[in-house]
Design a protein around this ligand. Structure first.
Ligand SMILES: C[S@@+](CC[C@H](N)C(=O)[O-])C[C@H]1O[C@@H](n2cnc3c(N)ncnc32)[C@H](O)[C@@H]1O
Ligand code: SF4
Length: 396
């Protein structure tokens, strides 16, 4: 595609607005899906939510002590399964953020939810607590595939949860996983079209990744789980782009599609290398303190994190000041995932050097990147499946 293509609007300066996000990680699930390597844990006993609220509140306050005076433009409750939290817990955590920083009146406040009927029944409570956007992990619209993915909901239940989300929240998104074992391209196209009929302003479409140390990795190693080959995966990606764009939902990021204005503002904070606080077990943050960028990371195991916060007032296990090169590499890695690409002069300010013009020229000749007159560089649609190689080449 070219810069003038209607599917991908011309390059413009879009990543200049300062934004500050708060990510809050709820680390529990009812069961562990066999493909998932997120920091999620299954517990037999009930979770002591008030105790977690106290610990989250302490960590939020400690983070605000280090990074005071910010205006929060987004809060994201991710997991794990945040839709297992009681609405009162969510309300208390939003209050804790409001006590620590100013929350912008138009802040986006998202909660990730699993689409079971039990969880959909809590949606009105979340709305009352201040949530204004949900992201539902639908994963598939086919019952057999859902069972193979180890999901605890049916396609019908997911569709019901989507209609509750539509009625309750102004904004909603959902995730589908494709390139699944035994999924033919024709089946995916039908499923995607069904999914798009349910889509509001945003949808996330992920190719199945076999993550190390998961049950799917073991099945894969034993030859019991066949993934599409590179050509089929590529064809699946291409057809996904075409169908979504024709539906008015072009990719604004490698796996995320939105109508104009419907992008997930929270995730844009990560991809545009803005600032965010990471709260809760295993959360990552990036804080700009006294002119330096701190990469923070908290203890992953929920009970250990809790004990740490209760003794130290925070769960941090890492707090590193990034070097110029690390900041520049991260800026490339995250920014080139976006269809809008990166501002080359911002790269120069961060890195203290230009990106190698010869390397850009070579990648451009191969049709993998394109540049605008105003100095933005972006990966082309044919380049997206090769993103890792493009970034590695530019960062070298
Ligand atoms: C934090 S996770 C899950 C949120 C929620 N607990 C759920 O399962 O619906 C966010 C999304 O990552 C995607 N995901 C997780 N593991 C994946 C994998 N191995 N391959 C592709 N997508 C994956 C799923 O679409 C999932 O909805
Ligand atoms: S995919 Fe979602 S529900 Fe399944 S284990 Fe991972 S975080 Fe939990």
């Amino acid at each position: 595609m070219t810069a003038g293509d209607p599917i991908r609007p011309p390059l413009a300066d879009r990543d200049v607005t300062p934004a500050f996000g708060v990510y809050i990680h709820w680390p529990f699930c009812l069961s562990k899906c066999p493909y998932c390597d997120f920091n999620s844990h299954v517990r037999r006993e009930a979770i002591d939510e008030p105790r977690f609220v106290r610990a989250f509140t302490a960590e939020i306050a400690a983070t605000a002590g280090r990074a005071p005076g910010r205006t929060v433009s987004s809060i994201f409750f991710g997991g794990g399964t945040p839709s297992l939290m009681q609405p009162a817990t969510v309300a208390a955590l939003i209050d804790a953020v409001a006590a620590a920083w100013r929350i912008a009146p138009d802040a986006e406040i998202t909660l990730e939810a699993n689409p079971t009927s039990v969880e959909a029944n809590r949606f009105r409570g979340y709305r009352a607590a201040g949530i204004n956007r949900v992201s539902l992990g639908v994963q598939a619209l086919d019952d057999r595939a859902l069972a193979e993915l180890g999901r605890m909901h049916s396609a019908r239940e997911a569709l019901n949860a989507l209609s509750v989300a539509r009625a309750v929240f102004g904004r909603y998104s959902f995730d589908l996983i494709y390139a699944r074992p035994n999924q033919s391209p024709g089946e995916w196209v039908r499923e995607l079209r069904n999914g798009l009929a349910e889509t509001g302003e945003h949808i996330s479409l992920y190719q199945l990744t076999i993550e190390a140390d998961t049950p799917f990795a073991a099945l894969h190693a034993a030859g019991k789980l066949r993934q599409p080959n590179e050509d089929t995966a590529r064809a699946l990606y291409d057809v996904t782009q075409d169908i979504c764009a024709a539906h008015g939902l072009p990719a604004y990021e490698i796996s995320n599609h939105a109508r104009p204005g419907g992008q997930c503002r929270h995730n844009l904070i990560y991809w545009r290398a803005n600032e965010y606080a990471g709260i809760g077990p295993g959360a990552h943050g990036r804080l700009d303190i006294a002119g330096e960028r701190h990469a923070t990371e908290t203890e992953k195991r929920p009970e250990t994190w809790l004990a740490r916060v209760e003794t130290l007032g925070h769960g941090l296990i890492a707090d590193e000041v990034l070097t110029r090169t690390e900041k520049a590499d991260e800026f490339l890695l995250m920014g080139l995932r976006l269809a809008e690409g990166i501002d080359l002069s911002r790269y120069e300010r961060i890195a203290g050097r230009l990106l190698d013009p010869d390397r850009i020229a070579t990648l451009r000749r191969h049709g993998l990147v394109e540049t605008s007159h105003s100095g933005r560089l972006r990966v082309t649609l044919p380049g997206f499946p090769l993103l890792d190689a493009v970034v590695a080449d530019l960062a070298a």
